[in-house]
Design a protein around this ligand. Structure first.
Ligand SMILES: [Mg+2]
Length: 212
């Protein structure tokens, strides 16, 4: 199953820590307040603008960049105000990741700063060989092909020997087409196989332990 995998590609937010953590709420609030401030609207208006930006450009950040409404680096300023102490160490996940054969990368639509804070709090910094963030991707987010190509090229990854984990199913379509094994990290039963090389797992460490 996963025996021929030597590269492990991990999304960060809502994949390495639960989607219902207080951190997810802070991220949403940070993005909405930034939009509200720059468009001169309230949080309800910001929510509407954000969903338009995401629908058209993939992420609010890319929308901000393309429309020129907010400078991308200014946009990411909200990360400096996030209280990362709302998440704590995950020694079980750390042990499982450390035991994976080969290289382990984080591929995120967030910034390297954000990834560093989150990995540090989770106690996973030493388990990860590299981070590919939204700035490395020239602000082009998953699930765009340009982002995936840049990520694969940057670490010299052979897709057929790689497995990718992400809580957003849409981010796994391109990787699956390239021959990657994909694992959609989402709720329900601990894990199940959806098709050849396609899995869904609610319990990430449990899935890895059972299938390596
Ligand atoms: Mg995610």
């Amino acid at each position: 199953m996963l025996a021929d995998i030597d590269t492990w590609v991990l999304d960060l937010d809502n994949t390495l820590y639960p989607a219902d953590s207080a951190l997810a709420g802070q991220l949403t609030h940070g993005i909405l307040s930034t939009i509200a401030e720059h468009y001169g609207t309230d949080l309800t208006g910001a929510r509407r603008i954000q969903s338009d930006l995401v629908a058209e450009y993939g992420t609010s950040l890319r929308g901000a960049m393309v429309t020129g409404t907010i400078d991308p680096h200014e946009f990411l300023g909200f990360e400096q105000r996030i209280d990362y102490s709302t998440i704590g160490p995950d020694p079980v996940l750390a042990e499982v990741l450390r035991g994976l054969p080969g290289r382990r990368y984080v591929y995120t639509n967030g910034s390297a700063y954000h990834a560093e804070q989150v990995l540090g709090r989770l106690g996973l910094t030493e388990c990860i060989d590299g981070v590919f963030d939204i700035l490395a991707a020239d602000l082009i987010p998953k699930p765009y092909d340009e982002s995936l190509d840049a990520f694969l090229a940057s670490f010299g990854i052979d897709p057929v020997r790689a497995a990718m984990f992400d809580d957003l199913e849409v981010n796994l379509t391109g990787p699956h087409e390239r021959g990657m094994t994909t694992v959609w990290v989402a709720g329900g039963t601990p894990y199940e196989q959806l098709a050849a090389r396609r899995w869904r797992a609610a319990d990430l460490p449990g899935f890895l332990r059972a299938n390596i």
